[in-house]
Write a protein that binds this ligand. Sequence first.
Ligand code: SF4
Length: 415
Amino acid sequence: MKPNQFGFCGVRGNVSNQQHTFNYGYAVPVTVEVIETEAIYHFRPGSRVLCVGNIGCMLECDFCQNWQTSQVKHLDRKNIRFYSPEDIVDLAIKNGTDIISWTYNDPVVWHEFVLDTARLASGKGIKNLYKSSLYIEIEPLKELIEVIDIFSVSFKSMSSEFYRKYTKGRLDPILEAIKVLGASPSLHLELSQLVVTGLNDDGMDAKNTARWIIRNIGSHVPLHFVGFHQAYKYTKAKRTPLNKLLELSDLAIKEGIEYSYIGNVCKRNISDTICRTCGSKLVERYGVTANVAGLDGESRCLNCSTKSPIREPFYSVNMEAKTGSFEPLQEFSYMWDDNTNGIHIASASDLSDQIGIRIQRLPDCQTDVYRMSPNLGRITVNKKAESELGIRIGVDSNDRVNIFPLLDRAHYPVE
Ligand code: SF4
């Protein structure tokens, strides 16, 4: 970059011949979600994770679902707050989340803040999850490998032309970076491929992705085919149909991928983990809700004792608690529809005290209670069962809260 020039990402620039980062610590309000939101199915199923997203991106995908924050030219500054590394670690501890997820925009663009915070978190026994398209050079990637435990790579296509045309990035450096992760056995790695209607859904792309994974990092690495919704510049195409996702997932399995999943779909029996020896259900999933149904404490199949690929299946830290004595000061409802299976509940201003949020699932009134600590921006509530029609929300304070419908997992809606 020349003096006074910004990079493509819009958050790094040259000031008097020195490279500067302008986004250190600037994040969208931090959220608590579940690990499945991040397309991670084989690590601590059901764990609640602290999700932290920054502004800017080194790519510009035509279908980006978080474009209002990933593309700074569209950013409204009222949607960001400042956090220090200590603030983030403190929030993780206060909210009972043992994993910090670097997500929403692409964390590559705030590398220094991620490193500083992840090191601090690691020192306190908190894991780090990095969800990225991985358009990054090898040297900074090696710095990340020292502190990141879980990588969720958001892969777009096995076509160089696709990357050039629809993301403004390049495929080759991404493949090189994925190979480096694949050669680091202590890391947990999963890949997801967004299936964009009319762009990469003809089956050839899925086959090529599966073949490349098997050849270069191993058939054991889980692959997720994720449905897309209309966003940013790609608003005319339809949402990815379920049949298309199932077809691509089957193709990947036929190629030899051991665990292929469907993402962004709320339906039973389509994205479970099945024992490869006896066919028993090990983890059942509905949307982003996971239930470890067929594993023992050593992650062996309860039926045939085969060791499963699920790491730490019963670690899940659950901040929901049943209660019968919650007295809400305000109450309202949200009903699910064809497009929405989850919401963000956001504090409208900085909270001075912890607030309690009671969720009653309709119609059966099963109740969960969440605690939202000061400085935490949002919590996510997802539909948990096919029979669930909506939720009744009670809040034990008069602080105003906002509701944001979620169109997909890892979608970060803004005002
Ligand atoms: S989809 Fe991901 S990589 Fe692409 S522009 Fe959005 S945040 Fe960046």
